[in-house]
Design a protein around this ligand. Sequence first.
Ligand code: FMN
Length: 389
Amino acid sequence: MNTDYTDEGRKSGNSAAALRLFFMSGTGNTFRVTQWLAEAARRRGLAAGVADIETARRGKLAPLAAGALLGVLMPTHAFTAPWPVIRFALRAPRGRGAPAFVVATRAGTKFGRINFPGFEGTACYLIALLLALKGWRVRGVLGLDLPSNWIAAHPGLNAACVADIVAKARPKAERFLADVLDGHRRFSAGSLGYLALGLLVAQVSLGYLLLGRFLLARLFFANNRCTGCGLCARSCPFGVLRMRGRRRARPYWTDACESCMRCMGFCPEQAIEAGHAWAVLLYFAVTLPFAWWLLSAGAQAAFWPAPAAGSRLVCWVQYPLTLLALAVAYAGFWLLIRVRWINALFAATTFTRRWRRYHEPDTVLNDLCRPNGIAEVPAEPAATTARAS
Ligand SMILES: Cc1cc2nc3c(=O)[nH]c(=O)nc-3n(C[C@H](O)[C@H](O)[C@H](O)COP(=O)(O)O)c2cc1C
């Protein structure tokens, strides 16, 4: 069976598939889950198509063939779905009653012998809701623990924890798919509990989507170990990392960075840092001179986004100014850290300098950066499937 997600594919009549998996993945966790599901489908005699959502977007997603099962897979960011996945769901074609499911991978951890789950909050149900509004029949959602990849916020887990968490995730993912394919609905009490908690912290998620992610994007920088190879820019899933500088090119993170951690997780020199001392400076650089001084809105402006009642206007004027201030401050920072001793100073004041990096152990960059972003897993021939079962 053939799989093609683009308008070209549809025109050539090449658009039928039993399972279509669209994923976003920074460090490979979610990618790995799509591979497990595609393999599991294949063992059941179903063809599966796997595509990353950015490629699908660039290829102008064609209406999905009737009857094909759609799976949307993503990492959790700030207890909800990352913006590119929300955009993907908003732009998805009408489902016309076709079945779909949603998986959010989340930050599993392990201390001693005890595994701690991540927290997907509203991630699954937000995307499920958007798909349902577009006419998809959502059959199930799954929050799945994979090793936490947020290495700007904490050290990467050690290899033994990673192996344990990954090994536990696979059977859960496969069981979930088997249930959905068998026609069962998979909305567990647990996932509804996570949704309820997610709604309680929805303000944090909203704050992240509106401002936090732009702030986090401006914390990354390359330390003096950077060789200027440009691998990070080439492999950025959203193409928002640029190499700048004529004599000595260095990566520059624009505000559309999603903090997916791919650049940091895969850099062969471990040259990418998230500046923690810089984060503190940036906070004051952005809130004081611009928001506070420009708008003269009083001390409350220094603690954006908490405007007093009735000062919504201040907030709305402040918002674009804050984004502008972030961009200006980052441009200045980037110029400063071209001076080696200043760079060394900022690198020395990060935690990431000492932290272990992370990417999904079996995933290499080439897996994540296919030229056309689409992979096909054909169905196992019926005879082989019958023999296997
Ligand atoms: C910026 C950022 C925010 C995150 N927020 C959450 C979160 O709110 N809850 C959670 O369980 N995991 C969170 N994580 C962890 C990832 O969702 C998790 O490790 C995921 O499996 C990464 O998948 P990927 O490698 O496919 O990108 C976050 C990671 C990043 C980088």
